[in-house]
Design a protein around this ligand. Structure first.
Ligand code: ADP
Length: 613
């Protein structure tokens, strides 16, 4: 960020991290202009010999000649009369090669670099470049001199980790431009590689890095100009988690919410989703968690092997803000994460963003709104909470890019409702917006039924919406069968409640059989062992096979004489299915268990007791 040196305003008030400033007048006696969301730098007076600090702040509200700004750092020592400089830029991030594998704070300061240079915490008032300005990248042009280009068009490619990173015309360029010069070779991200002549005659140098304001969708102008199209999600983001893919699917480019009561397995689930989902790039925003949890994420993640080879970190960006960092940076971190995700989507990649947790983001918004003394809505959240949540999730989606490729951004947000109360405003706003709800339940976690997503409270609108895909790729009966099995789970739950009152004797043989079937479905299909090499991930083709086999068993017309016989049958069947789940697909064990299941469950030729016809 450029560092202008003339003060254009002075501090007139300080309340926590909100600082009020009054604009100065220029030589002509006019007030210097200031705009909402612009970044300004507060310069506390220094004692002799000290470094001049410049504290980044964002303009939240502008009144005539005055403004309220929120400082991203502690405002200790800021006093009335201190100088304020303007940057003329909105809060923005650097986009270019070198983002993958980074761990950033909410303002895109790379944490590892800070740790090596300054100890773990960044001294106040210092910013570090989001992308290394020394490293060189090999640029291969995709355009020739004379080419006509517009915003978002491809200029060249750079190999980044295992990806081809597209260097594109800045997304805010207006109109068309002509390429007047281009160079191939190895350069830093701030070296010009292409020169454009705009229709206005102005020449502009393009380097591999561009800056983008985080609160504005990267493709806003591209959509408006018709260079890009938003598409309806057409296929699922396959996670290899049976419960999600089969029962509560999430679309590529879709949205989902996971509420996480403490200890319900949220961290493990997020890890599985980021590791096994069929996406190219994963961006994780760890927003306002306790410092310990964040440290866990950053130390564990880089070492996690990627099922596609290499480590997971090679295709991951982590943005993390602990609750000990200033509230404004916490609020910004989600936008930083989304902007980076949108950037890679623009290259035609499938990107998954996990925002953990959006409740902390909303709380940061509430604190700020409180300090600005805005009229509060429900539970003191700002009245615009609902629209802010919607605007956030609307940045997800499937997009056709300039070169007619498709890129997707799937957004999974977690919420942490206090005391598991789903009625609170953030959860409610989120549920009105997202299309999949994966209701993690403390009760299921307590029973060690992992992943502890409760099938009776969870839902997915994509089951119907992606019906064509399921019907074409899996089977025409797929969606109908899934719904029938969900019904069986519901019925099983009702019978279980009845049995809690009356005991097993109080229910009919038929009900008892339904209950056993529901239990079996839960134990062998919904539950999945994250810590077993094989069971941790079930590809969709295997899910399809397993689901069909299980259906055959559950639909078997076999008749039982008493409950004991039912119980024994299902104990055996469940055991065999479990062993099947732990066996490598197609291996000798797999074939053997599959054969035994067919014998017992489908054909019924090896009954524990004689069978009545
Ligand atoms: P949270 O983040 O919700 O506090 P964790 O994800 O850390 O909870 O999970 C707590 C514990 O639950 C884990 O250490 C693990 O033992 C168990 N667990 C969670 N999910 C699974 C799973 N899918 N399979 C097996 N065990 C799990």
């Amino acid at each position: 960020m450029t560092t202008p040196s003339i003060p254009t305003a002075r501090v007139i008030g300080v309340r926590d991290d909100i600082v009020s400033i009054r604009m100065l007048r220029d030589d002509e006696g006019e007030l210097y202009p200031i705009t909402k969301n612009e970044v300004v730098l507060i310069c506390p007076r220094r004692n002799d010999g000290e470094r001049q600090e410049r504290l980044q702040a964002e303009v939240l509200r502008v009144r005539h000649g005055e403004a309220d700004v929120q400082v991203f750092e502690t405002t200790r020592g800021v006093a009335i009369g201190d100088a304020v400089e303007q940057t003329g830029q909105m809060l923005s991030v650097a986009l270019g090669p070198g983002l993958l594998g980074q761990v950033y704070d909410g303002l895109q300061n790379p944490l590892e670099l800070i740790a090596s240079q300054h100890g773990f915490f960044l001294p106040r008032g210092l910013g570090v470049e989001g992308i290394d300005h020394q490293q060189k990248w090999s640029f291969q042009p995709a355009v020739k001199v004379g080419a006509r280009v517009k915003a978002g068009d491809l200029l060249g490619r750079v190999p980044e980790s295992r990806f081809s990173h597209k260097i594109m015309v800045p997304f805010n360029l207006r109109g068309e431009a002509e390429v007047t010069w281009v160079q191939e070779g190895s350069f830093t991200v701030t070296t010009p590689v292409v020169r454009l002549r705009l229709d206005s005659g102005e020449e502009r140098e393009i380097c591999m890095q561009q800056r983008w304001p985080v609160r504005v969708p990267v493709n806003r102008d591209l959509l408006r100009e018709g260079y890009n199209q938003r598409l309806y999600p057409q296929q699922p983001m396959l996670t290899s988690i049976r419960l999600i893919d089969t029962f509560f699917p999430v679309a590529l480019g879709g949205t989902a919410c996971i509420p996480g009561p403490f200890g319900a397995g949220k961290t493990v689930l997020q890890g599985l989703i980021s590791r096994y989902s069929n996406v190219d790039i994963v961006v994780i925003v760890a927003c306002g968690e306790r410092a310990g949890e964040v440290v866990e994420t950053i130390t564990e993640f880089p070492n996690m092997p990627d099922p596609r080879g290499g480590t997971l970190m090679d295709r991951t960006v982590i943005i993390c803000n602990t609750s000990s960092m200033p509230v404004a940076a916490r609020e910004a971190s989600i936008y930083t994460g989304i902007t980076i995700s949108e950037y890679y989507r623009q290259m035609g990649y499938n990107v998954l963003l996990i925002a953990d947790s959006t409740s902390r983001w909303a709380q940061a918004m509430r604190e700020t709104s409180g300090r600005l003394e805005e009229i509060p809505g429900e539970e003191a959240f700002p009245a615009y909470l609902d629209s802010a949540v919607r605007a956030l999730y609307e940045r997800a989606g499937l997009v056709e890019t300039n070169d007619h490729e498709q890129g997707s951004l799937t957004l999974i947000g977690t919420v942490s409702p206090a005391g598991g109360n789903f009625e609170e405003p953030v959860t409610q706003s989120t549920l009105r917006t997202v299309k999949t709800f994966l209701g993690l339940s403390a009760e299921r976690a307590y029973k060690r039924a992992y992943p502890a997503v409760d099938p009776l409270i969870s839902w997915s609108r994509y089951l119907n919406q992606l019906g064509d895909w399921f019907s074409r790729e899996l089977s025409p009966e797929w969606v109908g069968n899934v719904k029938r099995m969900l019904e069986l789970l519901r019925e099983g739950e009702q019978i279980q409640q009845m049995m809690q009152v009356t005991g097993e004797e109080g229910v009919t043989l038929e009900d008892y059989l339904s209950w056993q079937k529901a239990q079996c479905l839960d134990q062998v299909y919904l539950q999945q062992d994250a810590f077993d090499d094989v069971d941790a991930s079930t590809p969709i083709s295997r899910q399809q096979e397993l689901f069909a086999l299980l259906l055959q068993c559950l639909d078997s017309p076999r008749v039982f004489t008493d409950k004991e016989e039912v119980r024994e049958h299902f104990v055996r069947l469940t055991g065999l299915f479990r062993n099947l789940n732990y066996s490598r697909h197609g291996g000798p064990d797999y074939t053997r268990y599959r054969g035994e299941i067919e014998q017992l469950g489908v054909i019924g030729s090896a009954p524990a007791h004689p069978v009545r016809d």
